[in-house]
Design a protein around this ligand. Structure first.
Ligand code: ATP
Length: 229
């Protein structure tokens, strides 16, 4: 077991965004966190990544109950921000320094990661001129640079055109054999392309947790839509 979450809650003043959810993530699995807008996906992912403090509940990462687990997590936010005047190499040097990657290893890690996300050819161009898909691949590169054990992707393809979606999905498919992935989306089809299991959130609560195969057996796509939208 890589992650175990118990009775996790988060409220924003009176609003209960996440209402006592519990789940586990197996090492090496790819899990989709599926749910409509406002279901509590981002809030859950940000608590996991240590960016938000839960109102109550616990998150255990491996054997580690303190917060050092953040070092083992790569996080791609729903709306990643970049310094548009930088090049990908400059941006990843900045990220690498923040992640305390030793300077002696940083350049080769940057080259390797840019190659992996197919941005080698544009590594010296300004990020400001990049398409949405290229920016998202750069976002993936910053999440991968320190070789995390758990990769958390918050709606990585929701804002992309079909080509951008395909490119990012292909990269995630390649990553599946190398790390544990938690991938949020509001589209079942995206989950089906990359993940083995689904945790479905609805109004801050878990409406379904199981394999994609079981989910397909239980709901047709249309009845799934009726139940989650
Ligand atoms: P989306 O797909 O739209 O990003 P989501 O499933 O990621 O939705 P969250 O962003 O976690 O959902 O939001 C869950 C609920 O908490 C929503 O009702 C949202 O309006 C509310 N919420 C989120 N962040 C805050 C905040 N900082 N202050 C107040 N309410 C918030």
């Amino acid at each position: 077991m890589l992650v175990e979450i118990k009775h996790l809650k988060k409220s924003y003043k009176q609003h209960q965004a996440v209402n006592g959810i519990s789940f586990q993530i197996e090492k090496g699995s790819c899990v989709a966190l599926l749910g409509p807008n406002g279901a509590g996906k981002t809030t859950t992912l940000q608590m996991l990544a240590g960016m938000l403090t839960p109102t109550s509940g616990t998150i255990q990462f491996g054997e580690n109950t303190n917060r050092d687990f953040r070092q083992q997590i790569g996080f791609l936010p729903q709306h990643p921000s970049f310094f548009n005047w930088m090049t990908p190499v400059e941006f990843l040097q900045f990220v690498g320094k923040l992640s305390h990657i030793p300077q002696s290893k940083l350049s080769s890690k940057i080259e390797e990661t840019l190659e992996f996300v197919s941005l080698q050819d544009v590594k010296a161009k300004r990020i400001g001129g990049f398409s949405g898909g290229m920016k998202q691949r750069l976002g993936l590169a910053q999440a991968l640079l320190h070789k995390p054990e758990l990769l958390i992707l918050d709606e990585p393809v929701s804002a992309l055109d079909p080509d951008g979606r395909r490119d990012v999905i292909e990269i995630i498919q390649q990553l599946k054999s190398t790390m544990t992935i938690l991938f949020s989306t509001h589209v079942l089809h995206d989950a089906e392309q990359v993940c083995d299991s689904v945790i479905m959130l609805k109004q801050g609560e878990i409406a379904w947790n199981g394999s994609l195969e079981e989910l397909r057996g239980k709901h047709t796509t249309s009845s799934y839509k009726i139940q989650t939208d």
